[in-house]
Design a protein around this ligand. Structure first.
Ligand code: KIV
Ligand code: ZN
Length: 389
């Protein structure tokens, strides 16, 4: 298959890694609603579940395979034949099926999780890929805990699984351990030391334990990865996964010569949908989709923003599905922000004694913290009504 070398594929794992969050379990109908929204958003791959883990997960992969047309539907397995059999069965209706199989790559996992040796793990990795290839053409291999794995051994493993037929090789920083330069160097090392690397797409899968999942994913892409595994709102195990909306907007905002198929105008809607269905509120200051991500509240920023929005805005809020930026009126707001809101409410500023209104506004703002439109109307009705157009 020929790939556009500048396209970064977006692999969404909201319904698998994201759903592993305690208390966030979705039923199949909810998963279908989210998967259809992900399809509209333009993701390339939807990881639908881990079919061997429960009958519910199996059924969700079956139903998503029937409901989704364009994105690839992916099912997770361990490097175990029984897992792969069940995953293959769950994907039988998928137009574009992918099996995602893998095993630990770090010495920590090899010794303490598998009680095994590098040689035996390598053999299991190759066997799993070969076995999955009997069912589907598209097989992704994950080298779990690659972030802490020895690079030379990792390269050997990746070369072997590509030779066995892996179409995508996933290099997870399972524990969110790496720094961006380390993770970027790891991807570059694989690019330079795995002989057959051009026969597969390198995928990045980063966790956010040190708050670096997005930075690490981008470092990976800069060094040659072409698939990012991520979730809506960055939900996922422990501190979460790479946030889809963040990496997509970084690639849109910066001229790296790379693009995705994501239509970012759907971000606000899908973020709210996932947050409500999973009972996971989004922190107000969360990049791109937090309630305050486009809200200006200090007087200095409001003044600069109103003079020219790009003074304090690197993303047009409409690009992520919001109507406009928010100028929040607080005791720190200046006259400029107050005038802006009064004009929005149709007052003729020329006819207003703005110093007087501003003085009364500050008294009210000290009392109330945030000033609403109703508060402004109240202020204006208190001696200023004749200026209402
Ligand atoms: O974080 C991880 O290593 C994973 C793999 C199962 C892909 O989620
Ligand atoms: Zn993960």
């Amino acid at each position: 298959m020929i790939h556009d070398p500048n396209k970064v594929y977006i692999f969404d794992t909201t319904l698998r890694d994201g759903e592993q969050v305690p208390g966030c379990q979705l039923d199949t109908d909810q998963k279908i609603i989210i998967a259809k929204a992900l399809e509209v958003l333009g993701v390339d791959v939807i990881e639908a579940g881990f079919p061997i883990s429960s009958p519910g997960d199996f059924q969700s992969v079956v139903e998503l395979s029937k409901a989704i047309k364009n994105p690839t539907i992916c099912a997770l397995t361990r490097a175990i034949k029984g897992d792969i059999d069940v995953a293959a069965e769950s994907l039988q209706y998928a137009k574009h099926p992918r099996i995602h199989t893998g095993i630990g790559a770090s010495d920590m996992h090899i010794k303490y999780k598998f009680n095994s040796t590098r040689e035996k793990i390598l053999e299991r990795a190759v066997d799993a890929v070969k076995y999955a290839k009997k069912f589907v053409e598209d097989v992704e291999f994950y080298a779990e805990d690659a972030g802490r794995a020895d690079n030379a051994f990792l390269a050997k493993m990746i070369e072997a699984v590509i030779a066995a037929g892996a179409t995508v090789v996933n290099i997870p920083d399972t524990n969110g351990y790496c720094m961006p330069d380390q993770y970027g160097d790891k991807i570059l090392y694989l690019k330079e030391n795995v002989k057959n690397i051009d026969q597969a797409i390198i995928s990045v899968h980063c966790h956010n334990d040190l708050g670096l999942a997005t930075a690490n994913s981008i470092a990976g892409v800069i060094n040659g990865a072409r698939q990012i595994e991520c979730t809506i709102n960055g939900i996922g195990e422990r501190a979460g996964n790479t946030a889809l909306e963040e990496v997509a907007m970084i690639l849109k905002t910066h001229s790296l010569g790379l693009h995705t198929g994501i239509n970012s105008k759907h971000f606000t809607e899908i973020s709210g949908m996932v947050s409500r269905m999973m009972h996971m509120p989004v922190q107000p200051n969360k990049a791109i989709i937090g309630k305050n991500a486009f809200a200006h509240s200090s007087g200095i920023h409001q003044d600069g923003f109103l003079k020219h929005r790009e003074n304090y805005e690197i993303i047009n809020p409409e690009d992520v599905g919001l109507n406009s930026a928010d100028i929040i009126l607080t005791a720190r707001s200046g006259r400029h922000a107050l005038k802006h809101h009064l004009e929005r409410l149709d007052y003729d500023i020329e006819k207003i004694n703005i110093d007087d209104v501003y003085e009364r506004f500050l008294v009210l703002a000290d009392e109330k913290k945030d000033i609403s439109d109703d508060d402004l109307l109240f202020l204006m009705s208190n001696g200023e009504t004749e200026s209402y157009k």
